[in-house]
Design a protein around this ligand. Sequence first.
Ligand code: SF4
Length: 457
Amino acid sequence: MTVEITRATIDRYNRPGPRYTSYPTVPHWNAQFTADDYLAALRDVAATADPISVYVHLPFCAERCAYCGCNATSTKRADVVDHYLDRLERELAMVTAALGTGRKVVQLHWGGGTPNFLNEAQSRRLMGLLRASFTIDPEAEVALEVDPRIGSREQVFLFRELGFNRISFGVQDIAHDVQVAIGRIQPLSQTETVVLAARDAGFASVNIDLVYGLPYQTPASFAATLQAMIDLRPDRVACFSYAHLPQARPNQKRVDARQLPTGYDKFQLFLQAIDAFTAVGYEWIGMDHFALADDELAVAARERRLQRNFMGYTVLPAPHQIGFGMSAIGDLAGRYAQNDAHLGNYQRAIDAGELPITRGMRLSDDDLMRRKAIMHLMCNLEVPFDLALPPHGQPLGEAFAAEIERIAAYADDGLVEVEPRRLRVTERGRFFVRNLAMELDRYLQQATERPIFSSTV
Ligand code: SF4
């Protein structure tokens, strides 16, 4: 990196903040939002011709990794999955009763947990249910997350046959001592097998997830991980910051916090990733993603039309996202809705014939405007003063003049540059883009107590 970031800068800006996959962020949603409110939102979508995104949460894993921050549960039993699919079938029926069947889907994502914990019959059943409920556009992004430890060449080909065209493999780190410390032993050969299979099966995009800031990671060990991934040449890499929040995620109590690289040392690992990937043809996308220059994500980032939702960065935004399964989140008709994150509660609600919504929010005009401004900043690294904000098209510069002034003050530390028609986030500012976005977050500005969020790096 040509940009130099001092320890003092890290210390100054490395503070807890949201990742802004939503605005307002989840802690500000409320339990007064009910299943009836969700049904009303579905009916509002039904009255439009808008295409949708669909997310299905598959929470099962063979074992719980110590570092995991997902809504996941471990089981050895296939029948537990069958019973869960029964509930998904009923949830699909309840949702399509309000939405109508056959709605066009431009983005479908199976996340988890471990979606490839499903066996062949279960995978076929779930895709069959989805195809019976929706019309999956031939150009749709159809993606899933795969754990290489339980994957195989045959399974990767099965997913391609089922219509998936994007696949994401969890790797995190290849060093054995790191893997022991995070409770996830994954020989490199397992990753190589499934990545090669994905290429041979004709997936349009192969992604690998890495995590920096894990116990025992050192510059030397992480360099080996980065080189091994570069050798595999995935189209995209996500390099996430490990967020150690054992009070919110009890499984992380198994992680020895004394062995975690923190602050400046952790930051150096991320710099290493940037250097390694950008040196061999990847572009740094948004906060923590990399994509080959001809990948559609990199093209969209260059053209400043990258978007962000609960599934990550995307180039194919649908105006509404509908989530299925425990803890799944919907974002539809100006409302957020989340299903119960407890497996038993989720299943009991479905058995009682109720949609399992436990919290949500109807966005105000102010929320919608700030959401657009924050997402544009997070994705495209600029605050354009003439960006038209929903719902009435007011220009950003007019709506948030005071916030722009506060963000412009970060020019003193070289995080932004003030241009005539926009604030532009500099290379240095990219590392702290969440801090900049927090200036547009009305809820944080008003809060006396901050919810638990991870630190910037
Ligand atoms: S990290 Fe992935 S495989 Fe491990 S427990 Fe979490 S969801 Fe399951």
